[in-house]
Design a protein around this ligand. Structure first.
Ligand code: G4P
Length: 529
């Protein structure tokens, strides 16, 4: 194995995604991060796409108008000599399996918490996904310009709900109308907050040292005393930052601020580039691939349909694991055993596509294809290896899809299979009837599928509700017992789009009961490609 000459290119890269509950401030933070990365000139240029902001029917139109939505893009920019790849995660109504899989393609995550609310449902789900690879998490407590939960209670909540130790790096001085800034434990600096500066990069207004008399003058001696006492207590009761624990996902450094006021983001970013890992090694079915290897390798974690319905081509997003991409290079598609010359790989920046000449381990490149590339596929320069750990997740919402005109059954199936290959929905075919069940993680996907079936496959379909709470992929070493199980539970069995057997559970109670009854069978929450 020879080593890449471009080690410095790899070492300066940081790949991360933002995880948060809707409305916690992901879009606002992304915007401020891009402002610091000089990728945009002025905050306010990215439109948020909250579920309440656009009627659902507008959605496809919006996607079309924008070419490619910002929520599917990879934003690359530099910050303090580091090159950041920020992979955006669909969040509101467009929440989908892509959100989950994107998390498996990054090396660290920024968790944004609305400090007025605490740990919310979506955050819990997303953190669970980060656990699959012990991804390091940096936490940003947002909306300090509003009345927030008690900061110590917030940390307790994160520790309890998400099972991760919290090491505060900064600490807020007041909140809401009396928010005066933050104290940085490790720099012994007080950063003062100034309102009304949210759309620009502010010069840090700093007081050196907590004991500095200037602090008393600026924030008043009562508040100064109060914060000194509080900080004594916080120091004694919270863990120190420990890089090893951060890197194995058991401790998160915590920052406080306000995205809207653009305050605290740079403190967080400075640590993110310093502490987060550069592109990491990945496992394959045969060996570990290291980022510094000379040979190009990568895996597909997302397929994006072309926005122009007349063109059936899609873009496959490849996370480069090792080596170096160069325009016109020949790469090997392991699943099909074919070589292809890549002359037009794209990078997906905010609202524009541009062709790239070179990319390194950690970067994401987009390849045009007509359905030959699938999620989970591995690309190399000839080696027969397959990256593991790119999962299909059990959908959370299910519907039975029905046709207006039953003659179109074949087109429906073809359309559904092709659309499911993009990874936004999954299809299940019960083994004892002819139903077609569509499963997704976000509700908007159902609408998108019906609209695309109509536009691209000329099939009119609707949905009916169906009594399914979840599905589980099945594994059993004891073939005899497995056959017995299958015979007895035929009514609950279906095949997924890759013909894997799944158990369809109408309720969680049913799932738990069946698990107890058949302890030799594994009921898996996700399936790897
Ligand atoms: P999301 O992408 O996580 O869904 O959140 P987004 O950034 O869209 O923020 C959700 C709402 O919270 C927005 O208000 C946004 O302005 C507000 N917000 C974000 N950060 C802060 C903060 O630090 N302080 C305060 N007070 N508010 C914050 P909105 O009214 O829904 O939308 P808009 O009209 O302001 O765009």
């Amino acid at each position: 194995m020879s080593f890449n000459k471009n080690i410095h290119e790899i070492l300066k890269r940081r790949n991360f995604a933002i995880i948060s509950h809707p409305d916690a401030g992901k879009t606002t933070i992304t915007e401020k991060i891009l402002l610091f990365g000089r990728a945009i000139q002025k905050a306010g240029t990215i439109k948020s796409r909250g579920s309440n902001k656009y009627a659902k029917s507008d959605w496809m139109e919006i996607e079309k108008q924008r070419g490619i939505s910002i929520t599917t893009s990879v934003m690359q920019f530099t910050y303090r000599n580091y090159l950041i790849n920020l992979l955006d995660t669909p969040g509101h109504a467009d929440f989908s399996e892509d959100t989950y899989r994107t998390i498996t393609a990054v090396d660290s995550c920024l968790m944004v918490i609305d400090a007025t609310k605490g740990v919310e449902e979506r955050t819990k789900k997303l953190i669970k996904i980060t656990r699959m690879r012990n991804t390091p998490i940096i936490t940003f407590m947002n909306k300090l310009d509003r009345e927030i939960h008690n900061s110590i209670e917030l940390l307790d909540l994160v520790e309890k709900e998400l099972n991760i130790a919290c090491a505060p790096i900064t600490w807020p001085i007041g909140c809401g109308k009396t928010f005066r800034g933050v104290y940085h434990f490790y720099k012994n600096l007080v950063y003062l907050y100034k309102t009304g500066q949210g759309h620009i990069i502010q010069e840090d207004n700093i007081i050196e040292g907590l004991e500095n008399i200037t602090l008393d003058k600026v924030i008043g001696s009562n508040l100064a005393k109060q914060i000194r006492d509080e900080l004594e207590f916080v120091k004694d009761t919270t863990p120190y930052f420990n890089k090893k624990m951060f890197l194995n996902g058991t401790l998160t450094p915590v920052f406080f601020g306000t995205a809207l006021g653009n305050f605290g983001i740079n403190h967080m970013l400075d640590s993110l580039v310093q502490w987060s890992p550069s592109p990491m090694l990945r496992l394959t079915n045969i060996r570990t691939v290291y980022p510094f290897e000379e040979q190009f390798t990568g895996f597909v974690f997302k397929i994006q349909a072309n926005m122009d319905p007349k063109h059936r081509d899609r873009i496959a997003f490849i996370r480069i694991v090792s080596g170096h991409y160069k325009k016109n290079m020949k790469i090997y598609h392991v699943r099909t055993g074919k070589y292809m010359v890549i002359s037009d790989a794209v990078t997906l920046m905010v609202e524009e596509r541009s062709h790239i000449q070179e990319a390194y381990a950690g970067d994401i490149i987009g390849l045009h294809n007509h359905g030959t590339i699938k999620i989970g596929d591995t690309f190399t320069q000839g080696e027969n290896i397959n990256f593991i750990g790119i999962p299909n997740f059990s959908p959370e919402i299910f519907r039975r899809i029905t046709l207006h005109n039953p003659i179109k059954q074949k087109q429906l199936l073809k359309g559904l299979v092709q659309l499911s290959e993009e990874g936004a929905v999954q299809i299940f075919r019960p083994i004892n009837n002819n139903d077609l069940i569509v499963g997704a993680i976000g509700v908007l996907q159902f609408e998108v599928i019906v609209a695309r079936l109509k536009n691209e496959y000329n099939v009119l379909a609707t949905y009916e509700s169906v009594n399914i709470i979840t599905v589980r992929w099945l594994e059993c070493k004891d073939m005899h017992k497995f056959e017995l199980f299958k015979r007895k539970n035929e009514l609950h069995l279906a095949l997924d789009d890759a013909n894997n057997l799944v158990y369809i559970a109408p309720t969680i109670i049913n799932l738990n009961m069946i698990r107890e009854r058949y302890p030799e069978i594994k009921f898996l929450n996700n399936r790897e490609h």
